[in-house]
Design a protein around this ligand. Structure first.
Ligand code: H53
Length: 844
């Protein structure tokens, strides 16, 4: 429906157009107005929740004005757009980010203070938007920030889960999951009840020939669910560009419950349809790096993909261009294989709905002029998505036919290239000939994309030589590329560590480093500057004091802020090896217990801090959490140990907690079995905040080492190239356990940390079941390297120099660099220039 106001009536609109507020007085006026009208409260009953609501609404109004202008500008320019399809967006809090990105945090701080509030208290009222599990979801959030900050015309498309990642409670040392209902009050989203897409499931396919002898397929029957759009504004830093993240929410097609059933007394089933439809976008699947093949998950994927593509195609059709221009206007990035159905859905739209013939359509879908790009984030076999053919057949019958056709044409081309190689055909087929047959989503994504990228150099090399080897032979090496991950320095330095950001700004000529992170290089000249080092160390200490207070208030344990803070926070997974860390802690405990009082005096005190969620069904990961908590319970109250060792498990690790934890580390642990962690991104965050790393030669650790220098990182353990051979030897019985690890296991088995039965599966997986993750193989190297950390930390002067040099050399890891690489190598899009940029440093 055309709802545009006629030309001759637009003057009134222009005259009264909303203008973004800028001054402190205007901000206060807006806050008071929202308290008194939107919230129907007053100065007599305005608590911090209400103040948060009003301040957020004031900023939201401002964002939305710029959002509107950005959308108009982008529509008018009609240039190529990027669509980032991700099932996860781990956004964290929005208010602090909005204030900083529009450059009005100080204005808000003063304004709130005049109204009787402390800005920190107001910021802390916000519930995290936690629509993601871990690295993959947070990467998507950093990318949105960078795309807006760099003025790219870009949209994120995702699902509006009613329940984000569960909240973790620790009860008697065990993880307990509590639902995260986060939508009670969410000022950051705009429901678009006018943007609704019908999405079909189930049913069957009728095929016939029309009068012209053309084959026609009609997908009919089944059920329809409505997808309703919710828009979230994404402000760029120091630019008016405000992009859009569109999240889809599911709703029953009828909208209401069935009145007839209701009137006939059948209340329960009258709401059942509605509930069934709403289930689709109800919960985020809580697995990271694990595929469980559940029907509801496939439903989520198709629901989201179908609605997003419909929206993208609708926008394209408005421009009245020919279909052949589609690839010049649109770049779609598939964040992992979750949105792979987009390839099939576009082909379906073109042949079934738009009447193109197969070849014409497939040329558009797979056009080399930048259409679909596929990012692979893992080589772990248990994380690679496969869907059973019978399940597919039932839910998406037409899509399965199209996949079979795509596969047939693909295999024919392989056969032409490698005549007679039957094994090759079986290996690369999109359909796995198993019982039941399975659709291999990664293979479909490769066949349908023009570029496939890994997320760090080692990882991108590994996918080319292992899981996608045959595809390199088939398509040639140019289809495969690397874009090493990055993080946004706005949230992960400026927002999380304001004092460090301020110090850097004072030495590098303002906040420019936040837009060009290579400017950090200028810090090298201060690496030996006494005054600077003093300030640097004071900031680290203050951040540790803040974390120590947080630890005290949440766990009751007192930790010494002068101790070495050793942190491992990330999802709990065997491949990430929190078990190696906690076994190392137990080894340290044994060592301390065996020391004389004199020896103890020479030891550097440590606080070992853990945090992270285990997937609810991942028993081994939960066992590791249990062990960490039980070790803490024993060690923390042992008078022989005192301050020399404390073990902390922080409950419910999430983005806003990461903002407190990350700036407080002296050393952080990134100790995955070599070849298993695709990149890791928290490693980058910790170094950027002046912490050092103990890590394996894995993922982005390798590139971090290259950038900051090997003197500034503590690397240990076996290399990726040796992992396979080591596993092989384990399986053939020649697995000899590391003697120090045996002592650790003996202590666990003596019930020192509670009933050892609870940990039998964990120790057994290493001693008796092949030690797949090479814990014992790497144990000695790990312990030795930790001893080097102890030594190095004693020389605070050198330690500080190392951290300054490291920060100075971290420019490469900005997500702005990533986005520019994607734009150039994969998307072929240009930023849309802005006439008036904000003028950096207006807040200094
Ligand atoms: O993606 C991150 C990587 C990290 C990798 C992670 C990831 C998930 O969070 C979930 C599924 C998956 O396949 C991969 O584990 O190494 O840094 C962003 O690329």
């Amino acid at each position: 429906v055309e709802a545009s106001i006629p030309e001759h009536q637009r003057d009134a609109w222009k005259k009264f157009q909303a203008k973004p507020w800028v001054s402190k007085d205007d901000f206060e006026k807006e806050v008071v107005r929202h308290v008194e009208t939107t919230l129907a409260r007053s100065m007599f009953n305005c608590d911090e929740t209400a103040a948060y609501a009003a301040a957020s609404l004031a900023f939201r109004d401002r964002l939305i004005t710029e959002w509107n202008r950005t959308q108009q500008r982008q529509a008018f320019a009609d240039t190529k757009r990027v669509y980032y399809l991700s099932l996860e967006f781990l956004m964290g809090r929005a208010l602090d980010n909005a204030m900083l990105n529009v450059g009005l945090k100080n204005v808000a701080k003063e304004g709130l203070s005049e109204l009787g509030f402390r800005i920190e208290d107001i910021i802390n009222q916000e519930h995290d938007a936690a629509l993601g599990n871990g690295g993959l979801g947070r990467l998507a959030a950093c990318f949105l920030d960078s795309m807006a900050s760099l003025n790219f015309p870009a949209w994120g498309y995702g699902l509006r889960y009613k329940y984000g990642i569960f909240k973790q409670e620790i009860v008697d040392g065990y993880q307990v999951e509590v639902p995260d209902y986060w939508l009670d009050f969410n000022p950051w989203e705009f429901p678009r009840h006018d943007i609704v897409v019908d999405v079909q499931f189930y049913g069957g396919v009728r095929k016939y020939q029309d009068e012209d002898g053309k084959n026609v397929a009609v997908w009919e029957g089944g059920e329809i669910v409505k997808a309703v759009a919710y828009d979230v504004p994404i402000p760029g830093f120091n630019t008016p560009t405000t992009n859009n993240m569109r999240l889809w929410s599911s709703k029953a097609a009828s909208g209401e419950f069935d009145f007839q059933k209701f009137n006939s007394g059948d209340y329960e089933s009258s709401v059942a349809d509605q509930q069934r439809a709403e289930t689709i976008s109800a919960v985020l699947y809580p697995n990271d790096n694990l595929d469980r093949g559940k029907e509801l998950r496939l439903k989520q994927q198709y629901f989201w993909v179908a609605a997003s593509l419909y929206d993208i195609v609708r926008r394209f059709k408005k421009s009245k261009r020919a279909w052949s221009e589609f690839p010049d206007q649109i770049a779609i990035q598939l964040n992992d294989t979750h949105p792979t159905l987009a390839i099939v859905e576009l082909q379906r739209i073109l042949i079934d709905m738009e009447g193109l013939d197969w070849d014409e359509a497939w040329t558009i879908v797979t056009n080399t002029n930048q259409k679909f790009g596929y990012t692979n984030h893992t080589v772990l076999p248990e994380a690679l998505e496969k869907w059973s053919v019978p399940l597919f057949q039932n839910l998406l019958p037409r899509h399965l036919q199209i996949i079979y056709d795509i596969n047939m044409f693909f295999l024919q081309s392989v056969e032409r290239k490698f005549p007679g190689d039957r094994d090759m055909l079986a290996r690369v087929s999109i359909i796995e000939e198993s019982q039941p047959k399975m659709v291999r989503m990664a293979f479909l994504a490769i066949v349908g994309s023009h570029k496939v990228n890994g997320v760090a150099e080692l990882h991108s090399d590994l996918i080319k030589t292992t899981i996608f080897r045959d595809f390199v032979k088939i398509f040639g090496p140019d289809k495969f590329t690397n874009v090493t991950n990055g993080i946004t320095p706005r949230r992960w330095l400026h927002q999380a560590n304001p004092r460090l950001s301020e110090l850097i700004a004072s030495k590098t000529g303002g906040l420019g480093f936040l837009k060009d992170l290579n400017v950090l290089n200028e810090l090298e000249k201060f690496a030996d500057d006494k005054e600077f080092k003093k300030e640097w160390a004071e900031i680290k200490y203050a951040n540790k004091v803040k974390l120590a207070k947080y630890i005290k208030s949440t766990t009751g344990v007192t930790v010494n802020p002068s101790a070495l803070f050793d942190i491992q926070v990330k999802r709990i997974h065997e491949y990430k090896r929190q078990q190696l860390n906690i076994f190392g802690v137990i080894h340290r405990y044994l060592t301390i217990k065996a020391m004389t009082a004199e020896e103890r005096k020479k030891l550097a005190p440590r606080v070992s801090i853990f945090g992270g969620k285990a997937a609810p069904g991942y028993w081994m990961a939960k066992t590791i959490i249990h062990l960490i908590n039980n070790v803490g319970a024993v060690v923390n109250k042992d008078p022989d140990v005192g301050d020399l060792l404390k073990v902390i498990f922080l409950e419910d690790y999430n983005v806003s907690k990461a903002e407190i934890i990350t700036p407080a580390s002296d050393i952080s642990e990134h100790i995955s079995t070599a070849g298993t962690e695709a990149s890791g991104t928290s490693n980058m965050k910790f170094v950027l905040n002046g912490g050092l790393i103990i890590g394996t030669c894995d993922g982005a650790n390798i590139e971090i080492t290259r950038e900051i220098g090997e003197n500034n990182i503590f690397l240990f353990g076996n290399l990726a190239e040796d992992v396979e051979d080591l596993r092989h030897t384990h399986n053939y019985g020649s697995h000899t356990m590391d003697p120090d690890l045996v002592k650790v296991f003996d202590l666990i088995k003596s019930d020192a940390f509670g009933d050892a039965g609870a940990f039998g599966a964990l120790t057994g997986s290493i001693e008796d079941h092949g030690d797949y993750y090479l814990v014992s193989d790497d144990f000695h190297s790990y312990i030795e390297t930790q001893a080097l950390v102890d030594e190095a930390y004693k020389n605070q002067d050198e330690w500080i120099t190392k951290t300054i040099l490291s920060v100075a050399r971290m420019g490469f890891f900005s997500s702005d660099r990533c986005i520019n690489e994607y734009a150039e190598m994969i998307w072929n899009v240009e930023p849309l220039p802005i006439e008036k940029e904000g003028g950096l440093g207006k807040e200094e």
